[in-house]
Design a protein around this ligand. Sequence first.
Ligand code: DAH
Length: 347
Amino acid sequence: MNDLEPLVQEAHADFAQAVTPADLENAKARFLGKSGRITEQLKALGALAPDEKKARGALINAAKQQIEAALNARREALAHAELQTQLEGEALDVSLPGRQRGSGGLHPISRARERIEAIFGSMGFDVADGPEIETDWYSFTALNNPENHPARSMQDTFYVDMKDEHGAWLNLRPHTSPMQVRYARAHAKKYEGAAVMPDIRVIAPGRTYRVDSDATHSPMFHQVEGLWVGENVSFKDLKAMYLDFIRAFFETDELKLRFRPSYFPFTEPSAEIDIMFERGPLKGRWLEVSGSGQVHPQVIRNMGLDPERYIGFAFGSGIDRLAMLRYGISDLRLFFDGDLRFLNQFE
Ligand code: DAH
C-alpha cells in the first residue's frame, strides 16, 4: 500500500456521500480541482529529482485514475437514481379504466328529417334546400296570396328590417312552400324548349318561423314541403304516395289516412291530411299531420309552367309534429331546450 491509498479511499467515501450532482461536483473539486489534493501532489513533483519524479508521477497518475473512475461511477449512479425517481413520480397505472369521451348523437329532429329524406329519396324524390330569409314574392305572392290578403297576417310572419329590390320587406319564411316555386322555376327553366319535361318530384325540408309559442308551437319549427308536378298525375298519386311515406315513417301498416277539406290560397282543392293509428298509445284518434292540395293554376303559372298542360300536388308537413308522434313527446319545447337528459335518450 502506498501513501496515496488513503487519499483514494477518502475520495470514494466523499463521492459516496454526495446525494446530488452538485454535491458530487464539489467533492470532485476537492480532489481534482485547481487546488485539489491530487493537483497539489502533482505540483509537488517539481521539487523531486528526475529519477524520483518518474516513479512518483506514475503513482499519482494511478491514484488520479482511480479517483476519476470512482467519480464517473458515482455520476452514473446519481443519474440512474434521478431517472428512477422521475419514472416513479410519473408512473401510469395502465389498469385504470380510461376516461369516456362523449360520442354525441343526432338531434331527434335531425333523425326525423333524415328518415323523411331517405323515404322520399327511395320514392324518386329530389331533396332541395332554400333560403330561410325569403322575399315577399316567394313567401306569399307567388303562392297566390296577394298583398293585403288576410292569410298573410294569419301566418304571423316575422319580418326582417331589410327590403328586396321591389321595396318589399324580407321575411323569415313562415312555411317551406316558397320552395315549391323556387324549385319548379329552376326545373322549368332547365327544360325550356324541350319536347318533354320530366316530372318534378321534390321535397324541401327546413326551418320555418312564425310568431307563435306554446306547448305545440315554437317560433322556429320545421316543415317538409313536397311537390309533384307532371302532365299525368292525379290526387290518387298524392294519396298513395303520402300513405306509403307515412307508413314507412311510423314503421306500421296499421295506420289509416284521410283527406279533410280545407283552404289554402295556393291549392285548389285543399285538404288537411289526418292519420289514425290502429294500435299503440295513439290508437283511434285522428291526428292532423299535413296540409295538402292540388297546386292552384296561378301557382303553376308562377312556376313558369302552363296550367293547361301541367298539374301538381303538394303537401306541407310539420317535421316536429311527426317527430313528437314517433317518439311520444307531448311538449314541442323539449326539442329546443338543449337539455342533455332529454337529448341523450335518442343516441
Ligand atoms: N304551407 C302550409 C302551412 O304552412 C302547408 C301546406 C298546405 C303546404 C298545403 C302545401 C300545401 O304544400 O299544398 O300551413
